[in-house]
Design a protein around this ligand. Structure first.
Ligand code: FE
Length: 132
């Protein structure tokens, strides 16, 4: 388990692009089918755009048709935190980076096997590291 990273709001604003800040630090959602990684099929790892923590692998990415990058599991069970989210009149499970607590997206119980889960993640919260 990695140590938490904590920065001030001003430090996050300086470190992140406006889109990254809006998603990671303000819980925003990018518009469907607009993110950089929705159609990315290359092999590699997706790390947190806020802190660099490895979060998802291309091996568990699949095309959900939702318009956002979708994975059926995180790289490690303790890489992400899952929290109940009742905003916007819905009951959902929010997914955050465990290290910097940045908002990533939500997890839904309609994914493929072997987990049956769909981690629906904003491209803006991720950086892709292609496999060497
Ligand atoms: Fe992070």
């Amino acid at each position: 388990m990695t140590d938490k990273i904590q920065l001030t709001d001003a430090e996050w604003r300086e470190r992140l692009s406006p889109d990254q800040y809006r998603v990671l630090r303000q819980g925003g959602t990018e518009r469907a089918f607009t993110g950089a990684y929705e159609q990315n099929k290359a092999a590699g790892e997706y790390v947190c755009a806020g802190c660099g923590e490895p979060l998802f692998s291309s091996e568990t990415k699949y095309n959900s048709g939702s318009g956002w990058p979708s994975y059926y599991q995180p790289l490690a069970s303790d890489a992400v935190e899952e929290l109940r989210d009742t905003s916007h009149g819905m009951v959902r499970v929010e997914v955050r980076c465990a290290k910097c607590e940045g908002h990533l997206g939500h997890v839904f119980p309609d994914g493929p096997q072997p987990t049956g889960l769909r981690y629906c993640i904003n491209s803006a919260s991720l950086d892709f590291k292609p496999k060497e």
